[in-house]
Design a protein around this ligand. Structure first.
Ligand code: ZN
Length: 363
């Protein structure tokens, strides 16, 4: 099996396949501006077509994350501002609202492909991802963060799979019919509540059958254990870091990392400063040092074949040392200066994600 894209690896030209972004949320919030946001770019946020190309952002998981309605969001945000443990979670979403919003976001993703004239491709298999990357087309995989748009009969799951959905996080940080998301807290344990419901366990089994990745990010510890006990696929946290370095509820404890290692899974390093910095602060004034510290720690715990990128671009406060997708080559350079070999950098930047997709989706 060919591994990665060796011909394209040259200094400052390492393609990145990334485990998580929230670009579709930006389009959802300003649909009338989507053409200039996506095609022309510049300014706000972290992602757009020009900056992806400038930064060798070669592909990634694009999240359909249905936001809580504004009034719920406002009360919830107020509770997490001070970085302390947040007992409160936003209330569950109604399925009708979630389905309508999720379809709108999927529509934006298909629109992005249509107007990109070959520069951006929605991929449904590991082979399609490899082919798109080799052709210089950004390889997008449809991901859903929080399964509220799926009824507990799971009928919508089959529709979404036909549309191209290949990765799903049963919960975001809020409760739904499938389980309980982990509240944002620092410093705090991820053991914050009950695990998956019976419907949640059925969702995991259906995802195994359909070869859809089950994403552990945003689950609490009991929910994590329930996925591990019910899934026969590699365990994946698309955008979570090491709890031992940054004790956020969103990060994974050494015990959880040992379970991911056992299952030959993958953890994508999240660039959100609240998940990176040992002090858990939300601040762009953050160097590459904590990013590299999480890579070091996760490589030590999981092995160098089981760590990737999980930027959280357009969904988190990112260090100014990276700033946006165009800044990815600065991180790659930082890895070189840190002593990582070109071979290791290629694994972290895209090869590990490609192999994980091959193992989960099939060829
Ligand atoms: Zn997230």
């Amino acid at each position: 099996m060919q591994s990665g894209l060796p011909n394209r690896i040259e200094k400052n030209k390492v393609p990145v396949f990334d485990g998580h972004n929230d670009f579709l949320l930006r389009l959802l919030s300003a649909p009338e501006m989507r053409e200039s946001i996506w095609l022309l770019g510049g300014g706000a946020g972290h992602l757009d077509l020009p900056r992806m190309r400038a930064g060798e952002f070669a592909g990634g998981f694009f999240a359909i994350h249905v936001p809580s309605p504004r009034e719920d969001e406002a009360s919830f945000r107020g509770k997490v501002m001070d970085n302390s443990v947040c007992e409160m979670l936003p209330p569950p979403l109604k399925v009708g609202y979630a389905q309508q919003t999720a379809l709108a976001m999927a529509g934006h993703l298909f629109w992005m492909e249509r107007v990109s004239r070959g520069a951006f491709s929605i991929c449904r298999s590991a082979g399609e991802v490899r082919a798109a990357m080799a052709a210089g087309s950004i390889a997008a995989v449809m991901h859903m963060e929080g399964a509220e748009a799926i009824d507990t009969d799971l009928d919508a799951l089959y529709v979404l799979h036909e549309m191209g959905l290949r990765s799903i996080a049963p919960v975001w940080s809020r409760p739904n019919a499938f389980g309980h998301g982990v509240p944002f807290g620092f410093p705090a344990s991820p053991d914050t509540g009950p695990g998956l419901t019976e419907a949640g366990k059925a969702l995991v089994r259906a995802c195994n059958e359909l070869k859809i990745i089950v994403d552990l990010s945003h689950l609490n510890e009991k929910g994590f254990d329930d996925v591990a006990a019910n899934s026969d696929a590699p365990l994946v946290a698309t955008h979570s870091n090491a709890h031992a370095v940054t004790p956020s509820t969103r990060n994974l404890t050494d015990r959880q990392l040992a379970i991911v290692r056992e299952a030959k899974g993958l953890v994508g390093v999240n660039f959100g400063t609240v998940f990176l910095r040992p002090d858990g602060r939300r601040s762009t004034k953050t160097t590459l040092e904590p990013v590299l510290r999480h890579f070091d720690y996760l490589i030590d715990q999981l092995g160098e074949d089981h760590v990737g990128f999980g930027s959280d671009f357009d969904g988190a406060t990112i260090p100014e040392s990276i700033r946006d997708a165009a800044g990815l080559p600065r991180l790659i350079d930082g890895m070189r200066e840190h002593g990582y070999s070109e071979e290791l950098i290629a694994k972290l930047a895209h090869q590990n994600w490609l192999r994980l997709m091959e193992r989960t989706f099939g060829e």
